[in-house]
Design a protein around this ligand. Sequence first.
Ligand code: WQD
Length: 349
Amino acid sequence: MAKKVLVSGGAGYIGSHVTVELINAGYEVVVADNMSNCDMTCFEGVKKIVGRDDIPFYQIDCCDYQAVDKLFTEQKIDAVIHFAAFKAVGESVAEPIKYYRNNLVSFLNILEVSQKHGGCNVLFSSSATVYGEAEKLPVTEESPRLPATSPYGNTKQMCEDILRDVVAATAGLSADGEGPVKGIALRYFNPIGAHPSALIGELPRGVPNNLVPFITQTAIGKRECLSIFGNDYPTEDGTCLRDYIDVVDLAKAHVAAVSRMLDGKMKKDYEIFNIGTGRPVSVYELVTAFEKVNGLKLNYKFAPRRPGDVVAIWADTALANDELGWKAERTVEETLASAWAWEKHLAGK
Ligand code: WQD
């Protein structure tokens, strides 16, 4: 029988792409989402892409313990991929309590219920933000985590630690129906792009904080001009360097990690993997590549540095490549074409 994977936050940007890839790989998927930062657009898109109308969907808040417990009682869950979290860096600085409560309580509930229902495999959606301004590049999983510069980043570090501790505490557990929790944290670099079908993608609310949605919204005319934050950094063209990972490639990394857990291939009960391409791309290069691949001119200007930005970060992907048997495949051009196709789809063009 197919293994069942709960995707919390499964109606969101990354969650919807992961749901598609899990179903394509033959897993049963249960989606849980409180719809606090999305609408049904992506879930409807998922159903169209996979040609199924029967994906179990729970509109619940993972901060509601009873609701999570009920879901685990009704569904025999073999693995959880936990996305359900707030993710706006600036907002987290302004409203730390909201971020700590939501991101920590929802994850604690997932872990407690996982343990209670006979144990589970838990994949946590972490971030390269845990590395801060790294001294040595590219960063490996052994690179030091630096003190977080925002409550958002801090919740990622804290949730990694909570997962590590719960895994250690539950190892070998088999009392009263309880069971061990095994865990993988995937540290994403900068996820961008959309599904090639253009039926699912990122749906930012209000003014986008992230670069690629700002680019596509400027290109479609929703925003007047892109500001490139800083062109006096110590890089070749003066703009920041990031590791932009295609969202479909990222989704496939989740399938590889879940399979590793479910097939008993983990080397330790708690593992961490960097999920990136291993290639640094500057903001300016990305903008130019977007213009070229989509055959258009973008209205942009150079603006002051954005506070809190690191100069450069990219991944050493050797561990993920070797252990997960996964590698990023789409080129940045393909990804930027998919982001533009999605923006046009949203605009009905
Ligand atoms: C990328 C580059 C900006 C917007 C953040 C979070 C991280 C992760 C992903 C998500 C930077 C520049 C941006 C714009 C610009 N979390 N930029 N003009 O900051 O690397 O990472 O998103 O959930 O934790 O910190 O991504 O896309 O915001 O910026 O010039 O209008 O683009 O300065 O160099 P970032 P980003």
